[in-house]
Design a protein around this ligand. Structure first.
Ligand SMILES: *Cc1c(COP(=O)(O)O)cnc(C)c1O
Length: 395
C-alpha cells in the first residue's frame, strides 16, 4: 500500500491484488481458492514457514489466498495496515476483545451497543471477572472519568437501535490521553462513510454480514488496524477460538465490495427521504436518525439505510408489522431488502440464560432498514400500514 497514489481508501482498495495469481486465466472475478490445506514443495520451505521466516498459507484456519485478498482490501478501505476476516461479526468482536482484556480488567463501553456484544460482555466476560462500565458517549466528562485505569474502550457509532452518532475523534483523543486501547464497531457507516482509524481509533470491527456483503447471503466479520495489533489478535485468539472466514464467504464479500460505494449512497438517499417523511407523520413521535435535524459529527461522511422511529400510542405495533407488504420482518440489514424490527420483540426474546439482559431500548421503538426498492413504494407501504393499524377509539 505504501506509495499508493490515491488518497481515497476506496480508490486504494481497488488497486489491491495481493497475489500474482489472483486473477488466473485473466478472469475478471478472482477464483475461489477452496482448499483447506496447502502443500509444500520441499522440507526446507516447510521448515521456514513453521519457523515464521516465510509467510504463506499452511491451513485455511490461518491464511487462505482468497481470504487474504479480502483482508488486504478491507485494510486499504479502513486506511490501515492489516485486517482479519472472521466467520461472523461476533467472532471478530469476541476474538478482538478477548485479545486485549484479562481477568481483573475493566472495559468502558458506550451505551446501546449491538445486543449480542452487550450479552457477551454481561455473561462470558463477567464470568471471567472482567468488569464493564457503560457510559453515554456524548458526555466527555463521564467518558473521561470512566477511562482512567481501563484496559479497553469499546465504541459503536452510530449505536444500535438508538442511532446515537458520537464524535469518534473526540472519544479517540480521550482514549489516547488515558492510554486505553480503543475499538469501534463500524458496521453501520461502513468504510465508505467513516474511517475510524483516520479519527484516531486503534481497531475497527465489522459485521461484514451487513453492508460489506450487501446481498443478505452470508454471515461474516472483520477487524482492521495497525500491524502489531493485528499480530496480537492473530497470535492470542484467532487460532484457538478458530472463527476464521472461509474462502467462499470471502469471495462473496469481494463481490459485495465492488458495489459498496454505490449501494451506500442509494441506501443513504432513500433512508433520508423516508426518515424525513416519518418525522412529519402525525402518528410518529420521534425519529432516531443521525442526520435528521442534526449535523453529523466530524468524520461521519454520510448515513446508511438503518434508523429507528417511535410509533405513537394510537398505533398497534404488531398490526403495523403485519400490514407491511414490501418491508419484511427480519433481523440483520444491509442487503437489497427493506426490513422492519420492532423493539417489542427484543424484550420478549428468549436468549436462554441471557434473556434477562436488557439493553435498554424503549418498547415503542421500531427499526427500519431501507433497502434498494423504490422509495415512494416504501413510503406508501409504511403509510398504509400505519393507517391500517390505528387503534379504534370511541367517538
Ligand atoms: C449484526 C451486527 C453485529 C454482529 O455481527 P454478526 O455478523 O451477526 O455476528 C455486530 N455489530 C453490529 C452493529 C451489527 O449490526
Amino acid at each position: 500500500m505504501t506509495g499508493a497514489p490515491f488518497a481515497d481508501p476506496i480508490d486504494r482498495a481497488s488497486l489491491i491484488v495481493n497475489r500474482d495469481d489472483a486473477h488466473a486465466y485473466d478472469a475478471v472475478v478472482p477464483p475461489i481458492v477452496q482448499s483447506s490445506l496447502f502443500t509444500f514443495p520441499s522440507y526446507e520451505e516447510l521448515e521456514a514457514t513453521f519457523k515464521g521466516e516465510k509467510v504463506r498459507p499452511i491451513y485455511s484456519r490461518g491464511l487462505n489466498p482468497t481470504v487474504q485478498q479480502l483482508e488486504a482490501k478491507l485494510a486499504a478501505l479502513e486506511a490501515t495496515d492489516e485486517a482479519i476476516g472472521f466467520a461472523s461479526g461476533m467472532a471478530a468482536i469476541s476474538s478482538t476483545v478477548m485479545t486485549f482484556v484479562k481477568p481483573g480488567d475493566r472495559m468502558v463501553c458506550v451505551r446501546h451497543i449491538y445486543p449480542d456484544a452487550y450479552r457477551l460482555f454481561e455473561t462470558l466476560l463477567k464470568r471471567w471477572n472482567i468488569a464493564v462500565t457503560y457510559v453515554d458517549g456524548a458526555d466527555p466528562e463521564a467518558v473521561e472519568a470512566a477511562l482512567a485505569g481501563a484496559a479497553l474502550f469499546y465504541i459503536e457509532s452510530p449505536t444500535s437501535w438508538m442511532m446515537q452518532a458520537h464524535d469518534v475523534a473526540a472519544l479517540a483523543v480521550l482514549a489516547r490521553k488515558h492510554q486505553v486501547l480503543s475499538v469501534i464497531d463500524n458496521s453501520w457507516a461502513s468504510p465508505v462513510f467513516q474511517q475510524p482509524i483516520t479519527l484516531g481509533v486503534d481497531l475497527v470491527l465489522h459485521s461484514a454480514s451487513k453492508y460489506i456483503c450487501g446481498h443478505s447471503d452470508t454471515v461474516a466479520g472483520a477487524v482492521a488496524g495497525r500491524a502489531e495489533l493485528i499480530a496480537d489478535i492473530r497470535s492470542a485468539t484467532c487460532p484457538y477460538l478458530g472463527g476464521k472466514l472461509s474462502p467462499f464467504e470471502a469471495w462473496l464479500l469481494l463481490r459485495g465490495l465492488r458495489t459498496l460505494p454505490v449501494r451506500m449512497r442509494a441506501h443513504e438517499a432513500a433512508a433520508m427521504t423516508t426518515a424525513g417523511r416519518l418525522g412529519e407523520h402525525p402518528h410518529v413521535t420521534a425519529v432516531h436518525h443521525p442526520a435528521l435535524g442534526k449535523r453529523l459529527p466530524r468524520g461521519l461522511q454520510g448515513t446508511s439505510g438503518l434508523f429507528s422511529f417511535v410509533l405513537g400510542n394510537g398505533v398497534d405495533i404488531p398490526t403495523f408489522c403485519n400490514q407491511l407488504r414490501i418491508f419484511k420482518m427480519g433481523v440483520s440489514w444491509g442487503g437489497h431488502e427493506s426490513l422492519v424490527m420492532p423493539a417489542l420483540v427484543t424484550l420478549v426474546q428468549a436468549a436462554g440464560p441471557n434473556s434477562a439482559v436488557d439493553f435498554g431500548v424503549p418498547e415503542r421503538v421500531v427499526r427500519l432498514h431501507i433497502g434498494l426498492e423504490g422509495v415512494d413504494a416504501l413510503w406508501d407501504d409504511l403509510n398504509a400500514a400505519i393507517r391500517a393499524s390505528l387503534k379504534r377509539t370511541r367517538s
